[in-house]
Design a protein around this ligand. Structure first.
Ligand code: PXL
Length: 270
């Protein structure tokens, strides 16, 4: 019998991030993907690829969640970009209305297309209403700093401390990602499970961020959890899958590359 994974996230029109990446990752990992769209981000090629951001009406988000959850018995969900306090309210209510085996939250805090004032309200609502419902949360370096309230994160020890502080907000597991910005030769992620910290390291691939890496990692964790993996094995596998996708990255006309979710399976078949 096929396993199901559900994602509630934004659309990113180039295919390099957001729900497109989530559903591609689910398919690559052999789970049946179901998706609810929260907002539409369309980069603007005439304006430095700035983010044009349009939220989906809260009623329409609620309708999508109703359709998805009435059709399939979904118990593992990934939450990606939400974008506005109104969206956060409707998604938080829907998450709280049922039992989940896992709620994986990728705390996408800001989008370049939003006003800073609006972004602050959104960050606060995410911290107060969605993070406490998460079983797994996957902040990047910037998000880990904001959510932990730490002044700076410049070492693996700082990253582990941020993960511990974020766990105090409610999630059982915190995966804090150092990425290319954390100093050192390796891309380091830490997994805090409420008592122990596990450090996962892989050599950095270049020094530029690759778009879609965070979405891919959280989606791969979600898919593995849906198939019944334990958290430690889900995270370790997801890092391998994402690293393969970064190595096999795709270039477009944007100034940044994007992850190729098919690279892991390509390598197995080669
Ligand atoms: O990578 C973060 C992200 C997530 N979701 C959507 C996005 C982006 C970044 O652009 O547009 C919809």
């Amino acid at each position: 019998m096929v396993d199901f994974a559900y994602v509630i996230a934004g659309s990113e029109a180039t295919g390099g991030a957001g729900i497109q990446v989530d559903l591609k990752t689910f398919q690559e990992l052999g789970v049946y993907g179901v998706g609810t769209t929260t907002c539409i981000v369309s980069f603007d090629p005439k304006n430095g690829w700035a983010h044009r951001f349009v939220p989906v009406e809260p009623d329409v988000i609620a309708d999508q969640i109703e359709a998805a959850t009435a059709t399939h018995d979904l118990d593992v969900v990934k939450v990606g970009m939400l974008g506005t306090p109104a969206t956060i309210d409707v998604v938080a209510d829907a998450l709280a209305a049922r039992q989940w085996r896992h709620v994986v939250v990728d705390p996408v805090l800001i989008c370049k297309g939003q006003e800073p004032g609006a972004a602050l309200d959104t960050d606060t609502a995410l911290r107060e209403k969605v993070i406490p419902l998460a079983t797994v949360v996957t902040p990047n370096l910037f998000e880990a700093q904001i959510l932990s309230g730490m002044d700076e994160i410049t070492s693996v020890d700082d990253l582990a401390e941020a993960a511990r502080r974020i766990a105090d907000l409610g999630p059982k597991y915190v995966i804090a990602k150092g990425g290319v910005e954390l100093p050192g030769d390796d891309a380091v992620d830490v997994l805090f499970d409420g008592s122990d910290v596990t450090v996962l390291a892989a050599p950095k691939v270049g020094s530029e961020r690759v778009s879609g890496a965070g979405c891919t990692l959280a989606a791969a964790i979600t898919a593995e959890l849906a198939k019944g993996a334990e958290i430690g094995e889900a995270v370790a596998f997801a890092k391998e899958f994402t690293t393969a996708g970064i190595n096999g990255r795709v270039s477009g006309h944007t100034p940044f590359d994007t992850v190729w979710q098919g690279a892991f399976v390509d390598a197995l078949e080669a």
